[in-house]
Design a protein around this ligand. Structure first.
Ligand SMILES: NC(=O)c1ccc[n+]([C@@H]2O[C@H](COP(=O)([O-])OP(=O)(O)OC[C@H]3O[C@@H](n4cnc5c(N)ncnc54)[C@H](OP(=O)(O)O)[C@@H]3O)[C@@H](O)[C@H]2O)c1
Length: 251
């Protein structure tokens, strides 16, 4: 298996002078992306309800619940215009359809979809998106490869992928790009919770189907930085699948 330091060092980026907004900062993927962005010279505006333990003059933390529209409005009002957004906030849940209740649905959709839309809307309305900016939304392979119990989660991620394309269309005149990344299993708190809720044997059997093993947050950080950077300037409106070869096994 690859050493994560080697993964992080595998590609270098220069984000000096760039301001990037990151949601889901306390999650494994958000945190790895923030570390790489800071190492690459970016200034970062982060959000998660929990504080993150990174000391840097280039990091400004906001620690509020993004399911409240007023919190998003306050955050956007406080920041300077941005050159990139990573929307990594998300909630995973598994609810059989027969137990679906609107309250549960809304909890998932609020964070996985509605807050993303509200954030983008406010950033545009308040003129906080710089020309040439890049948006990266973290979706999931389950948007196209659903699982039992995933009606709300997978639906919210499918909607996010479509939203990203609409955003790309609406902002094309400002040369703003918008793309998604759809990961399979990545080793974060979400993955640990999956083991807690499901069975360890099931998870081990599942991961055995990944020729390159489960993903590391650093694998995601690399791809996120690539999509934020000018190295991907000709890539717009796509969803990049990252699955360590997992889906290929079903072919
Ligand atoms: N890990 C995987 O295997 C995997 C696979 C496919 C897709 N994804 C997607 O990747 C993204 C990041 O996942 P991760 O694995 O890094 O997840 P994670 O470790 O569970 O982190 C989730 C993040 O969302 C934030 N969040 C949740 N509810 C929030 C709220 N109400 N207000 C503000 N922030 C909130 C959490 O922050 P606080 O709790 O501190 O507020 C946390 O930073 C998610 O969108 C997830 O759906 C993950």
């Amino acid at each position: 298996m690859l050493n994560t330091d080697r993964v992080l060092a595998a590609a270098t980026f220069d984000f000096k002078g760039k301001r990037i907004l990151v949601t889901g900062a306390s999650g494994g993927i958000g945190l790895a992306a923030i570390q790489k962005l800071l190492d690459s010279g970016a200034a970062v505006y982060s959000n998660s309800r929990r504080k993150i333990d990174i000391q840097s003059d280039s990091l400004i933390q906001f620690n509020e619940d993004l399911s409240e529209e007023d919190n998003i409005e306050k955050w956007v009002s406080e920041i300077e215009s941005i050159d990139g957004v990573i929307y990594s906030a998300g909630i995973l849940d598994s609810i059989p359809i027969r137990f679906a209740k609107k309250e549960k649905m809304m909890k998932i959709w609020d964070i996985n979809y509605f807050s993303a839309v509200t954030l983008c809307s406010l950033l545009i309305k308040k003129r906080k998106v710089n020309k040439g900016a890049s948006f990266v939304f973290i979706s999931s392979i389950s948007a196209k490869h659903p699982y039992i119990g995933g009606s709300m989660y997978t639906g919210s991620k499918s909607a996010l992928e479509t939203f990203s394309k609409v955003l790309a269309l609406e902002l094309k005149d400002k040369l703003v790009r918008s793309n998604c990344i759809a990961p399979a299993m990545v080793k974060t708190e979400m993955y640990e919770k999956g083991i807690e809720k499901g069975s360890k044997e099931f998870m081990e059997e599942h991961i055995a189907k990944y020729p390159f093993g489960a993903g590391e947050p650093e694998d995601l950080a690399q791809a996120i930085c690539f999509l934020l950077s000018d190295a991907s300037r000709w890539i717009n409106g796509i969803t990049l699948t990252m699955d360590g070869g997992f889906l290929l096994q079903g072919s």
